[in-house]
Design a protein. Structure first.
Length: 202
């Protein structure tokens, strides 16, 4: 029962984070291609909007739902509806062998129905192999992929403050400023400082 509660926590986190519409972050940019993933009914699915929008991808091992909790809460509190950025979650089923896939999928379907969030599954490390992410077991993997297929940001595991700063630096970069930072700045002007987020100077 405790394990199922952990799964529910990570699904909820993915659902909230997806409304934002590897190793430690570094300067290297590699090119990736779209891969086939699976929906919550175990049916093959195309990676959404690949090549059409910038993608913010949460690739999560449900065994470790509490990683980066404060960072996720900041994104949840400051959700962004951008026409150029699409966020979605992928649950890494293969690296959670103690959790029955059928139960995890049923919980995802329920959450998708409740929230309309985009949450997919990876039953066989498809993404980590195709994109050469390395060992993602017990890891919260965050990726930002441009519409040109360049991995602009990667983080794996618990994020240090330097990595969090790098994530926002990338998001508030010249190409993404209008679709990310301006929204945060408008909200900050209406409500005061955005909770937990120190925007870098650009």
């Amino acid at each position: 029962m405790k394990q199922l509660n952990v799964v529910w926590t990570v699904i909820l986190a993915l659902a909230l984070s997806a409304s934002v519409r590897c190793e430690a972050a570094g300067p290297a940019k590699k090119k990736v291609s779209a891969v086939k993933i699976y929906d919550a009914s175990n049916e093959p699915a195309e990676m959404p909007y690949f090549g059409k929008k910038h993608l913010l991808i949460f690739y999560v091992d449900p065994d470790h739902a509490n990683q980066n909790k404060e960072f996720r809460e900041n994104l949840e509190k400051n959700q962004i509806d951008s026409p150029n950025i699409y966020g979605f979650g992928i649950v890494n089923l293969k690296d959670a062998p103690m959790l029955p896939n059928s139960i995890v999928r049923a919980m995802i379907r329920k959450k998708v129905k409740q929230t309309g969030a985009a949450i997919y599954t990876d039953p066989d490390r498809i993404l980590s192999k195709a994109w050469d992410l390395g060992d993602c077991n017990d890891q919260f993997v965050l990726l930002f992929v441009t519409k040109d297929g360049e991995v602009e940001f990667m983080s794996k595991g618990e994020m240090a403050q330097q990595q969090i700063n790098e994530f926002y630096r990338v998001m508030v970069g010249e190409r993404y400023f209008a679709t990310f930072a301006s929204v945060l700045l408008r909200r900050r002007s209406r409500r005061g400082k955005v909770p937990g987020i120190n925007l870098p100077h650009v």
